[in-house]
Design a binder for this molecule. Structure first.
Ligand SMILES: C[S@@+](CC[C@H](N)C(=O)[O-])C[C@H]1O[C@@H](n2cnc3c(N)ncnc32)[C@H](O)[C@@H]1O
Length: 224
């Protein structure tokens, strides 16, 4: 799947919105209403319809939902714009682009959004346009390379043990080289509390089926 094909697919979806649960809608992020995103009414149904149409499996559409970690980090950036203003920012594992868009709205000099999923690259492109911000959007896996940014952002990236085992050393290497690193995380079980300092906590609304409360406490952290 090329990024161009994914963008064409997504633009077709956006141009012909349906009223059903398997469609996309342009909506304000609940905890960051300054940002509007093309999100799925029900991401699993959207995924199933797209896979049926493509006749093959597609990556899970993480970009089609808001995530608690990304919402807390985006809120933090908009409430503390000095963190991003005038800086070169990299938003790792950008998903919908919520965090990258918040950094751009906060006045960053340049924001690069990266994600390995071509549909996420397409979604960030479409969402940047909807919010009238300019982002550089890159696909591919950056985790084994250096970081060329002043501020590295990682919203809800520690959701899986294998990924966390690669992301945490990447964040630490960047921090050791003087890059400011901020992580937004609701503690999905892969947060090394002894290696990160808590900067802020937010009560983020959630509809995640695994959480039996309408609000989830989410932390913004930085490596020690
Ligand atoms: C749970 S979503 C979070 C998205 C976004 N940061 C947010 O908070 O809204 C995780 C994202 O990580 C991306 N991802 C997974 N492995 C990655 C990697 N090695 N490099 C970049 N992105 C990756 C997935 O495609 C997905 O979009």
């Amino acid at each position: 799947m090329s990024e161009q094909t994914a963008l064409a697919d997504l633009e077709r979806e956006i141009a012909t919105p349906g009223g059903g649960m398997d469609g996309l809608r342009l909506v304000a992020a609940p905890f960051v209403p300054e940002v509007r995103l093309h999100l799925a009414e029900d991401a699993i149904l959207w995924w199933a319809r797209m896979e049926a149409a493509a006749g093959r499996s597609l990556p899970p559409p993480y970009w089609a939902s808001v995530w608690a970690g990304g919402q807390a980090l985006a809120r933090h950036l908009l409430d503390h714009p000095e963190l991003a203003a005038g800086r070169r920012v990299l938003d790792l594992a950008s998903g919908s682009g919520l965090v990258a868009i918040a950094a751009a709205l906060a006045g960053a000099e340049r924001v690069t959004a990266n994600d390995v999923d071509p549909y996420a690259v397409a979604a960030v492109t479409a969402n940047a346009r909807a919010n009238r911000v300019e982002l550089a959007v890159t696909g591919g896996d950056l985790l084994d390379g250096p970081v060329h940014a002043d501020l590295l952002l990682a919203g809800d990236v520690l959701y899986d043990a294998g990924l966390a085992a690669r992301v945490l050393p990447f964040l630490q290497r960047a921090a050791d080289r003087g890059v400011e690193v901020l992580v937004g995380d609701p503690d999905r079980g892969h947060l090394p509390a002894d290696r990160l300092d808590r900067v802020a906590s937010y009560p983020v609304p959630t509809t995640e089926p695994s959480v039996d409360s309408p609000v989830r406490r989410v932390h913004v952290l930085r490596p020690r």
